[in-house]
Design a protein around this ligand. Structure first.
Ligand code: AHG
Ligand code: MN
Ligand code: MN
Length: 335
């Protein structure tokens, strides 16, 4: 296959996308540099004192892994300097991250989960970085307020993830299909490896943490049961695959077909809408899966139509092959 770099692919894409500018390409190039640096640390994490927990708890009230913190710092440091952002939001930071006054700025807004699946780092399970890009909606001053940038997922300009696994891949969309690139460490470039990814209409995999069964409502239990019943209307036997790293579970299902579910559960009254975050996890993956021919819902509403009210808002997530996700929507729609 001809070796096509991300920059070449973006330039090709820009020709077909009115309004896309070289500023977007420079944003992407800084994201890629950040991922290469994170990739380097992830790949040698066992050799340096970067495994384990920092002993702190983050805004999500979760244990912060050293590599979480490292990835977060790298992304903030690099992206503050890329010259095309008005502000950022990280899963690891409670508030909007402003661009320092003396730094060049632009009107893109970047949201990211610096390291997803981080509870698996010490067990060498694949982890990733999820990102989502919007244009600033209101205002133009240096100080950016939440209402200037908070938007529903359908307003995303681009979305994607880096997956640090057996190889390091970049999967992204700018609204013109989903494309995958694999890092060739010998040249330090991401090269096109998965052009125009389409997810199968129906899968043979369902992904969910069934340990929470007793904390789910009846419709959620019925939605999981339908994938365990070989005689259901879905008409096939499914396999359960659940790594506990969203970006890895999503990537496998995107390529092979299937449905990933993280429903609302009643374990923690403080988190009635489930664990996953709308802005830095559900919305970017929902844009990707929609572009690849799949679907994403919270059970009742398309993820991309949800108007966020706050930065770290959580949402139930059912995402993947169109027929599988439609079945869940059908169950949630019954009286
Ligand atoms: P993060 O590491 O960014 O906090 O995300 C972890 C998420 C997601 O990656 C995964 O699907 C989910 O946590 C697993 O949660 P459970 O352990 O409750 O199944
Ligand atoms: Mn995550
Ligand atoms: Mn994370």
């Amino acid at each position: 296959m001809r070796q096509i770099s991300v920059t070449e692919h973006l330039q090709l894409h820009q020709k077909n996308t009115p309004g896309a500018t070289g500023r977007f390409t420079s944003l992407f190039n800084e994201l890629i540099l950040s991922a290469k640096i994170i990739h380097r640390e992830v790949n040698k994490a066992g050799l340096v004192d970067i495994l384990g927990e920092t002993g702190d708890r983050n805004v999500q009230d979760e244990e912060v892994q050293k590599l979480d913190e490292y990835a977060n710092k790298i992304l903030i440091h690099r992206m503050q300097r890329c010259g095309v952002l008005c502000a950022m939001s990280s899963e690891e930071q409670a508030d909007l991250i402003q661009i320092p006054r003396n730094f060049p700025r632009g009107d893109y807004f970047l949201v990211f989960d610096p390291l997803d699946g981080s509870s698996n780092i010490d067990a060498n399970v694949s982890i990733g970085t999820i990102f989502s890009i919007y244009r600033r909606k209101h205002g133009s001053g240096d100080q950016v307020e939440l209402h200037d940038v908070l938007q529903k997922g359908s307003e995303q300009v681009a979305a994607g993830y880096f997956l640090y696994g057996s190889s390091t891949v970049l999967i992204f969309t700018t609204g013109d299909g989903v494309h995958g690139f694999t890092l060739d460490p010998s040249v330090g470039e991401f090269l096109l490896s998965h052009p125009d990814i389409r997810t199968p209409e129906q899968g043979r995999i369902y992904s969910v943490n069934e340990a929470y069964w007793h904390y789910w409502d009846r419709k959620t239990q019925d939605s999981v049961t339908v994938f365990k019943d070989p005689n259901s209307e879905l008409g096939r036997l499914y396999s359960l695959r659940y790594i506990g790293s969203l970006v890895s579970d999503f990537h496998r299902n995107l390529l092979y077909g299937g449905i990933f579910m993280y429903p609302a559960d009643f374990r923690d009254p403080k988190k009635p809408h489930g664990k996953l975050r709308l802005l830095c996890e559900a919305a970017p993956l929902a844009m990707l899966v929609r572009q690849a021919g799949g679907m994403a819902t919270d059970g009742l509403n398309p993820i991309l139509d949800i108007e966020p009210q706050e930065l770290h808002q959580r949402t139930p997530l059912f995402i993947g092959s169109r027929i599988d996700v439609s079945k869940v929507q059908e169950i949630f729609a019954t009286e």
